[in-house]
Design a protein around this ligand. Structure first.
Ligand SMILES: [Ca+2]
Length: 392
């Protein structure tokens, strides 16, 4: 707009000066020729300048690590937001057991990409199990310390063996995952694009911890880690958090992996905790708004988004969208984070310290999102999911 206004002004100024030469035909011809050549020069400069501007704003490289249950739901919807954004280049989706089993999640992700026409994005299978935690031990732990509302793939009412797929109402994929494993893919990518890649983590941190075990430089070679996880002191009447405010599934499901990752030398960590997640809700009204659009992503979400009970937080969607538009976050804090590895009642709980109280061994200071512009968030969520799918 400014370039256009500048050009208009330039043309007006030259027109005024031209009028002074109206009684001199040769002068007019000379001036016209000079004016056209200058305008041509300006247009060439502007177009090459715009070309340079595009070359100098490369897309933001991101790898999505996700416990990609589906169809629909927070895991798939957050991935859609990151794929839908014209800002991003999604280098790949690495998958980890969490909300569902690995193979099930890989199938849902491949199918989602087929539906939106983005099977060019590699889907890379990662860890089928947490580093140490086991289902049978977790069931014993629950008998001793009380049950946990959400056990992901191990939730009794949803359980199926790891090698079987659950229901796939969206159809089974015909595309295949990458032959590489997630940890090696993560390491290979940060070595290929050092300091350029954002690791978006929407699930348990097993794949990231495995990548660190293979290559200890993995965290410092990444640009930043952005993750949904952890819980500090959420203000909510949700029974899942009233008596266990420090228990959050992503960190809880693989506490040892989260401990490794949170103590690693990342350049920057941004964290979406339960505290801010509970300030968001997916509603039927939002789903209806998305449904009115004709894009493949909107149709997918319109068909498969589900509301269950009264708490339908936009967990991973907020983490993704706040990375795309940091102005959504209106309040933030800084903490050091870790995870309780004592195998008592607090096993897997989030630990946090203010800067001045930090223990001797700690990771990078974590930027904690505290508050958000809720209406702006909902609007951007609807707009982005309603937009055409960007071509690779
Ligand atoms: Ca997730």
């Amino acid at each position: 707009m400014n370039l256009r206004l500048g050009l208009d002004w330039h043309l007006r100024a030259r027109t005024t000066r031209m009028q002074c030469f109206m009684d001199e035909p040769r002068g007019i011809l000379y001036l016209l020729a000079r004016s056209f050549s200058r305008i041509l020069l300006i247009l060439l400069t502007l177009s090459s300048g715009l070309g340079l501007a595009q070359e100098h704003s490369p897309k933001r490289k991101v790898i999505i690590d996700q416990d990609a249950a589906g169809p629909g739901g927070t895991d798939q919807q957050s991935m859609l937001l990151l794929i839908q954004s014209p800002q991003t280049e999604v280098l790949g989706i690495t998958v980890v057991t969490g909300d569902g089993w690995l193979k099930d999640e890989v199938a849902h992700t491949l199918r989602m990409l087929e539906i939106i026409g983005r099977s060019d994005i590699p889907v890379v299978a990662g860890a089928e199990y947490p580093l140490v935690r086991r289902k049978e031990e977790t069931e014993l732990w629950e008998q001793q310390y009380g049950s946990f509302a959400w056990l992901g793939a191990w939730t009794p009412r949803l359980y199926h063996p790891p090698d079987q797929l659950g229901e796939m109402p969206e159809g089974k994929p015909t595309t295949k995952p990458s032959e590489e494993d997630a940890a090696h893919f993560l390491v290979r990518m940060v070595r290929k694009y050092p300091q350029e890649i954002t690791i978006y983590e929407g699930g348990p941190m097993t794949n990231l911890s495995l990548a660190m075990a293979i290559d200890p430089e993995f965290p410092s070679l990444a640009k930043e880690l952005v993750f949904m996880g952890g819980s500090l002191s959420p203000k909510t009447d949700d029974p899942e958090f009233v008596n266990t405010p420090r228990r959050e599934f992503n960190l809880w499901f693989d506490p040892e992996a989260a401990h490794n990752v949170l103590l690693a030398p990342w350049k920057k960590i941004v964290c979406t905790t339960v505290d801010i997640s509970v300030k968001t809700r997916l509603t039927q009204n939002l789903i209806e708004q998305i449904k009115t659009a004709d894009s493949p992503a909107a149709k997918y979400v319109g068909t498969y988004a589900r509301l269950q009970g009264q708490y339908n937080y936009l967990w991973d969607e907020l983490s993704a969208l706040a990375w795309l538009d940091p102005s959504l976050i209106t309040g933030k804090d800084a903490r050091y984070l870790d995870v309780d590895l004592n195998r008592g009642p607090g096993f897997g709980d989030t630990l946090s310290w203010a800067q001045q109280d930090a223990p001797k061994i700690h990771g990078a200071s974590v930027e904690i999102q505290v508050d958000l512009d809720t209406q702006k968030f909902y609007k951007e969520l609807v707009d982005l999911l309603s937009a055409p799918v960007p071509r690779p």
